[in-house]
Design a protein around this ligand. Structure first.
Ligand SMILES: Nc1ncnc2c1ncn2[C@@H]1O[C@H](COP(=O)(O)OP(=O)(O)O)[C@@H](O)[C@H]1O
Ligand SMILES: [Mg+2]
Length: 258
C-alpha cells in the first residue's frame, strides 16, 4: 500500500477538500483506496456522508486502543473508497498519546502489513502535533496543499523542517510527492503572483495542475458527497481529476497502474 499524508499545519488551505476529491478520483480510476481521517473535526468523514452511527470505531480507537484496522474501516458511497472516520475524541488523543508506548508510530503499526487497499490517504489536522507526526511516520510520502495567498510560503518552511526531522529520526524514506496550489482565483492578480513565487521557490515540486476557487467544491460536503460526484463537470472536479493523473505520474514506476 502506498500511503500519502495530506499535510499542512495551516487550517483552511484545502487539505480535506483535496483528501476527499483526490481519494475519490483515484478510486474512480480503479485504485482500492483508503482514507484515514486524522482530524478531530472529522470533516473528511462528514464530507463523505459518514454519520455518527458509522463512527462507532474511529481513528481514535486505532491510535489509542490499538483496535485492528479492519474493525475501523467503513464503506463510503463511492465504489472502491473506504474510510477510517474521525470523532471529536481524537482531540484528546493528542494529549493521551504522550503517555503511550511508541507514541509516534501508533498509526504506522496499525497500517503495517495491510493489503486490502493499494492506496491510502491520510487527512491531517491543522497542527504539527502527535497526530500529524503519526501520519508522517506512517506515510511513504507527503502531498502538501498550499493556498494561493500572501503568507502561503511562510508556514511551509516549518512544515519542511518537520519533514526533515521525521526523516532523520523516524522515517528516512519519507518523500514529498508534490505541492498542490489551491483556491486559485484567476480574477485576483495577487494569487497569480503567489503561484509564480511558489513555483520559483519550489520548482518541479509544485504540481502543474492548480485547483481553482470553485463554489461547487465548498458546497459538496454539505451534501455528504465529493465534488466529483456532486458535480463532476465543475471546474473544481476537473482540476482534481487532472491532479490525480499528475499524481499517478509521480508514483514509482511499478505503481503507475491500479
Ligand atoms: N478550491 C476551493 N474553492 C472553494 N472553496 C474551497 C476550495 N478548497 C477548499 N474550500 C473551502 O475552504 C474551506 C477550507 O477547506 P478545507 O479543505 O476544509 O481546508 P483544511 O482541511 O486545510 O482546513 C472549506 O469550507 C472548503 O469547502
Ligand atoms: Mg481539514
Amino acid at each position: 500500500m502506498l500511503t500519502i499524508a495530506i499535510a499542512n499545519q495551516k487550517g483552511g488551505v484545502g487539505k480535506t477538500t483535496t483528501a476527499i476529491n483526490i481519494a475519490t478520483a483515484m478510486a474512480a480510476t480503479g485504485w482500492r483506496t483508503l482514507l484515514i481521517d486524522m482530524d478531530p473535526q472529522g470533516n473528511a468523514s462528514t464530507g463523505l456522508g459518514i454519520g455518527n452511527a458509522a463512527r462507532a470505531v474511529s481513528s481514535y480507537d486505532l491510535l489509542v486502543d490499538e483496535v485492528p484496522l479492519a474493525s475501523a474501516i467503513v464503506p463510503t458511497s463511492i465504489p472502491r473508497l473506504e474510510i477510517v472516520p474521525a470523532t471529536v475524541d481524537l482531540s484528546g488523543a493528542e494529549v493521551e498519546l504522550v503517555a503511550l508506548e511508541g507514541r509516534t508510530h501508533r498509526l504506522a503499526r496499525a497500517l503495517a502489513g495491510h493489503s486490502g487497499h493499494e492506496l491510502c490517504f491520510i487527512d491531517c489536522p491543522p497542527s504539527l502535533g502527535l497526530l500529524t507526526l503519526n501520519a508522517l511516520c506512517a506515510a511513504n510520502t507527503l502531498l502538501v496543499p498550499l493556498q494561493c495567498e500572501f503568507f502561503a510560503l511562510e508556514g511551509l518552511s516549518q512544515l519542511l523542517q518537520t519533514v526533515d526531522q521525521v526523516q532523520q529520526r523516524f522515517n528516512p524514506d519519507l518523500g514529498i510527492i508534490g505541492v498542490a496550489l489551491t483556491m486559485h482565483d484567476r480574477r485576483n492578480r495577487l494569487t497569480d503572483q503567489v503561484s509564480e513565487d511558489v513555483r520559483e521557490c519550489l520548482g518541479k515540486l509544485v504540481f502543474e495542475t492548480v485547483i481553482p476557487r470553485n463554489v461547487r467544491l465548498s458546497e459538496a460536503p454539505s451534501h455528504g458527497l465529493p465534488a466529483l460526484v456532486y458535480d463532476q463537470h465543475c471546474s473544481g472536479s476537473r482540476a482534481y481529476m487532472a491532479l490525480a493523473r499528475e499524481l499517478i505520474g509521480r508514483f514509482p514506476a511499478e505503481r503507475q497502474a491500479a
